[in-house]
Every structure is written in C-alpha cells, then in structure tokens.
Design a protein around this ligand. Structure first.
Ligand SMILES: NC(=O)c1ccc[n+]([C@@H]2O[C@H](COP(=O)([O-])OP(=O)(O)OC[C@H]3O[C@@H](n4cnc5c(N)ncnc54)[C@H](OP(=O)(O)O)[C@@H]3O)[C@@H](O)[C@H]2O)c1
Length: 201
C-alpha cells in the first residue's frame, strides 16, 4: 500500500521502517525536510520517501498521524483537503499536564481529530504500547502474541488497519467506535490481553 506519515519521531519512525520492510511504499510527509527527525528516520531506513505534506498525503491510501497531540490541529489543517475520503491512523494520545487527559475525559482525542476531519476515516491504533514495541512487536521469552486494540467509526477503514496491525505482528482487536479511545480499558488491558491471545487465561 501507499502509506504516508505525518510525524516520524519515536513512534512514527519505527512504524514507517517496519511497514517499508514489509513491502509498503512509505513516504514521510515532511513539514521540514531538513529536520533532525527526517535525518534520523532516513538514517534508520534509506528506502523511506520524503515529500511535502500535501504531496505525500495526496499520494497515499493510508496516512499515519504520529505527532504530539498539541501539533495535530496545525498538521492536519495543512492537508485537510488531501485527507478527504482517506484512512487516517491516529497514533496520538491527548496528554495534558502532570500528565492528565488533555481533553478532561470529555471526548477522546480521536473524536476530536474526527471532528476536525469529518470526511476522513479516522482509526485509533498504536497508542497502547511504548514506542520500543513498534520496532519489534515480539516478546521473546513470554511466548505470547501481543494484542493491538484499535477503534473507529468506519468498518471498511478498520478492516484495512486491522490487516496492517496483523502484518506488523500484533493480534488485532477491534474494540468499537472512536469513543472507545477515551475508555481507560483501551489503555490498561494490553498486557492481560497478550495472555488471552496466547490462550494463557
Ligand atoms: N512515545 C511513546 O512511547 C508513545 C507511544 C504511543 C503513542 N505515543 C503518541 O505518539 C505521538 C508522537 O510521540 P513521539 O514520542 O513519537 O513524539 P516525537 O518523537 O517528538 O515525534 C513527534 C513528530 O511530530 C512531528 N511534528 C511536530 N510538529 C509538527 C507539525 N506541526 N506538522 C507535522 N509534523 C510535526 C515532528 O517532526 P519534526 O521533528 O520534524 O518537527 C516529529 O516527527 C504523541 O501524540 C504520543 O502521545 C507515544
């Protein structure tokens, strides 16, 4: 598939690298083509493409969002037209001070992203593990296949993202609509679910 990344830091880079190695055509939507993030991502995997955000998103079938939540609005507004009708995988967490839920648990971060982009199919995924697990999703020594929960309001988009999750080595678990992204269960059951997936519980 043709995949673009808005944000390619600790979370975006390993996912971009892994997807490229799986055979996908991956492009960094670079708001600054000379940034340290771009240099680090390319040093990691020289087969990643780099393009201006509008071009990268226009040419993609699936777009990953892996920016800091506070940067989302500006980053998304810049490519809102190009995102129409596309699948956006929201990897961001609305982290507030201390830390806290940056939207006071009134709505999920992904619902806010969906409101910004009503014509885009938003799917939340890749937020329940630390970035270290995106380079290598295996848990050697535990004999488990880790579960990746994901949610969204469009079943076709979720099917596509579920397949990408499986290709990346996770057991995909569809937990419902975007409102589920604010559910604490979404964030706190990853480890027990690893065991369920492995048939241990
Ligand atoms: N860290 C984790 O373990 C983890 C796990 C799951 C989810 N998350 C979530 O994933 C998101 C990214 O976290 P991270 O740790 O990967 O952060 P990070 O390493 O700081 O990367 C942030 C990325 O966003 C880009 N960016 C910043 N402002 C932008 C803008 N206006 N337009 C386009 N791109 C912009 C940065 O590019 P430049 O450097 O070029 O500006 C950088 O590539 C956060 O929402 C976080 O809550 C983090």
């Amino acid at each position: 598939m043709k995949i673009a990344f808005i944000g390619y830091g600790q979370v975006g880079s390993p996912l971009a690298d892994h997807l490229q190695r799986l055979g996908h055509q991956v492009t960094l939507a670079a708001h600054d083509a000379n940034s340290e993030s771009v240099k680090k991502a390319l040093a990691w995997n020289a087969n990643l493409n780099v393009a201006a955000p509008k071009d990268a998103v226009a040419g993609a079938e699936v777009v990953f969002l892996a920016t800091f939540f506070q940067a989302n609005e500006a980053a998304l507004k810049a490519v809102a037209e190009e995102l129409r009708g596309k699948i956006l995988v929201d990897c961001t967490n609305p982290v507030g001070p201390n830390p806290s839920h940056g939207l006071n648990n009134v709505q999920s971060g992904s619902e806010m992203v969906q409101k910004l982009l009503p014509d885009t199919k938003v799917v939340k995924a890749f937020t329940i593990y630390g970035f270290e697990n995106f380079e290598d999703s295996s848990y050697p020594g535990y004999n488990v296949k880790p579960v990746m929960m994901y949610c969204g309001n469009d079943s076709g988009a979720k099917k596509v993202v579920g397949e990408l999750i499986a290709q990346l080595g996770w057991e995909p678990l569809d937990v419902g609509g975007l409102e589920q992204a604010a559910n604490k269960v979404f964030h706190r059951t990853a480890i027990p679910l690893c065991h369920i997936a492995a048939g241990e519980l």
